[in-house]
Design a protein around this ligand. Structure first.
Ligand SMILES: NC(=O)c1ccc[n+]([C@@H]2O[C@H](COP(=O)([O-])OP(=O)(O)OC[C@H]3O[C@@H](n4cnc5c(N)ncnc54)[C@H](OP(=O)(O)O)[C@@H]3O)[C@@H](O)[C@H]2O)c1
Length: 355
């Protein structure tokens, strides 16, 4: 039996779902993703009854604000999910592996930000703009993809629907907030040390990240790729449900605090000129086109940070191979790349009576 449980859950009556308030837990509430989930639940007025904030022993008793009131952080331990309807997990893979099955057994629906269950065929891997229909199959766990995958598949979706996708070549420029608190701390500290004329001290990353680039995200696999690169391949195929899409990725950590950028080259199955692609991007949900090179307007991480859209620009034909297009995609990795995608999944579950 899969860890996802034996059978898909029956849908709740829509009228009951519309008026209900949910007991919501955030596992990893003190982290950068968990904190953004809390903020977005409040911003989007998700129907939260009780909010339970969970973290490690290190955070016991800390107070975090929700809707203007302090909420005390509790330790993530057995029993923490009793009475919880919906649990967001943003505390890393090992914590998810241990506690997600406990949360499901306690009756919660789990939206997991880690990679622990993404490859499980019984667990839907969902980006609502792309494959919200997969949610109907959930058996208690829904996985949300890696941040670099999410923004890429949102951009690929209108192209896939219009012209099919043969192959994707993507290079990423990923911010330090994608590594969590410790990545942000490294860049912040090293930038101050550099400005003070001191040697930069390494901490989380194996090399200095300030004023540098690391072509290395997550661990290396036997074939020389990194796990982050392989996630972009496997997750794209699963989300589109199309084993024939070929993806090759190079993932790079850059000294940017927030928002990931990606240079994407896509080969479509049928011809799709750049002008038509630009119109398709502009009409697609979740995408904002910023593509006025003459006015020096193109997506940049500083503009994307703290906002919701997936920004697409630099859209142009690539004549070096048949049916190829180049474009540039930028999105806030903590919002659309993580917390916003998770909250949109929760909203879709409520709207479809699946929670
Ligand atoms: N950052 C991103 O852009 C991004 C995007 C997509 C997915 N994700 C995924 O989201 C998850 C969280 O990432 P993050 O970037 O938010 O990391 P982070 O800032 O380092 O936060 C980690 C959180 O997990 C908690 N935690 C760690 N060990 C724990 C334990 N043994 N028991 C209970 N809580 C524990 C921490 O609590 P304490 O504060 O008490 O230590 C903290 O709340 C990871 O699975 C990551 O892969 C992150």
């Amino acid at each position: 039996m899969s860890e996802a449980g034996p059978a898909a859950r029956p849908a709740a009556a829509p009228d009951r779902a519309a008026t209900r308030r949910y007991t919501v837990a955030i596992a990893g509430a003190t982290g950068v993703v968990g904190g953004t989930v809390r903020a977005i639940l409040e911003e989007r007025a998700f129907p939260v009854g009780e909010l339970r904030l969970l973290a490690s022993e290190r955070s016991r008793g800390a107070q975090l604000a929700f809707k203007g009131a302090p909420v005390e952080v509790q330790v993530l331990e057995p029993g923490a999910f009793d009475g919880v309807d919906l649990a967001f997990f943003a505390a890393g893979g090992p914590v998810s592996k241990e506690f997600v099955p406990q949360a499901v057994a306690a009756g919660a629906v789990v939206i997991d930000k880690s990679s622990a269950f993404r490859a499980d065929p019984a667990v839907p891997l969902v980006v609502p703009e792309v494959n919200a229909d997969h949610l109907a199959r959930h058996k208690g766990i829904i996985a949300t993809p890696n941040c670099s995958t999410i923004q890429m598949v949102v951009a690929l979706k209108p192209i896939y629907d219009a012209a099919g996708i043969e192959r994707v070549v993507v290079s990423t420029y990923q911010s330090v907030s994608g590594s969590g608190k410790r990545g942000v701390d490294d860049l912040d500290r090293q930038a101050r040390e550099w400005a003070a004329g001191q040697a930069c001290s390494n901490g989380f990353y194996p090399h200095q990240i300030a004023f540098n680039l690391l072509p290395h995200i997550d661990s290396f696999l036997d074939d020389g790729a990194t796990k982050e690169e392989q996630k972009m391949v496997d997750e794209t195929v699963k989300i589109f449900g199309d084993d024939d899409i070929r993806v090759t990725a190079t993932c790079v950590r850059v000294p940017v605090f927030g928002a990931h950028s990606e240079a994407v080259n896509v080969q479509t199955r049928r011809a799709l000129p750049a002008d038509e692609a630009r119109r398709l991007f502009a009409a697609a949900p979740g995408i904002e086109v910023v593509d006025e090179p003459a006015a020096l307007r193109y997506p940049m991480p500083l503009d994307a940070e703290g906002t919701d859209p997936v920004y697409v620009g630099r859209i142009r034909d690539d004549d070096t191979a048949p049916n190829c297009l180049n474009f540039w995609v930028v999105a806030d990795n903590l919002r659309k790349g993580a917390a916003l995608n998770a909250v949109q999944i929760a909203e879709t579950l409520v709207a479809k009576g699946l929670l």
